[in-house]
Ligand binder design. Sequence first.
Ligand code: UTP
Length: 293
Amino acid sequence: MKKNIKPKIAVFPVAGMGTRFLPATKASPKEMLPIVDKPLIQYAVEEAIDAGIEIMVFITGRNKTSIQNHFDKAYEIETELERKKKMKELDLIKNIIPSNIKCIYIRQHQPLGLGHAVLCAKPAVGDNPFAVILADDMILSSEEGCLSQMVNKYEVINSSILAVEKVKTENLNKYGVIDGHKNKDNDWELVNIVEKPNKEDAPSDMGVVGRYILKPSIFDILEDTVQGLGGEIQLTDAIARQIDIEKVYAYEFKGKRFDCGNKLDFLKASIEYGLNHEELSKELKNYLKSLDI
Ligand code: UTP
């Protein structure tokens, strides 16, 4: 069977206000918050690289410089580390992004919503399928990364795909919630999607998390999408209209997701990543055991 074209471009909307994490996010984007020793955005970029993405498009806001600097060459610190022969540390900062990967930065001048942020990527993405990664959603998976799993699906179905997971009823009003039915491959064929419904109106218990592969037809729809919930241009509203014109699927990924824009999940992610970290795992485990709680 002929394989469909894999997405080569990923869009990282990083222009949100991060109000749930103030004051930490007052002067720097929440995507720069570190889990153990790397900022959230670096984990997201690594997941994209593992999935075969070659062009990273960052939609930045008012505090963009730290993200750009993180992925850029850092002459001063590199020279200093070289002089001190700290080669291990030098390697950690030199090879954050392989040389074949291109980074593009686009400014979202006002935080008008996730849908608007994605629309800002149109000049860089053009008529290609593309991934969207929300870096504050971290997905820990023991085998393949979440985006790789989705790219594999995309190669077969050649349609937009949203990552979903089961959500507790009381939390459905924080998610885009899908309506559809499961097909023989265990994927959801969507008939609708609703942004942050009341639990009484939620069409299912499956919420969308921060990984998407989208067909470029979404751009024309977004251009025509008016402000929705919270006065924002909602990606969910545009996807609901895409469902009316072409097939859109939802995929229940394998892995454990942490909403790191939320303080408690951020702490949980720090602990779990710490427990998986080869230098820290043993001592952290002992420390946690020693806590009298
Ligand atoms: P969130 O809904 O988490 O909003 O955005 P937020 O502003 O980042 O955080 P809170 O809720 O105020 O604490 C989901 C994703 O969309 C991006 C954010 O950076 C985040 O990755 N986003 C949101 C934009 O890039 N631009 C926007 O206008 C809104």
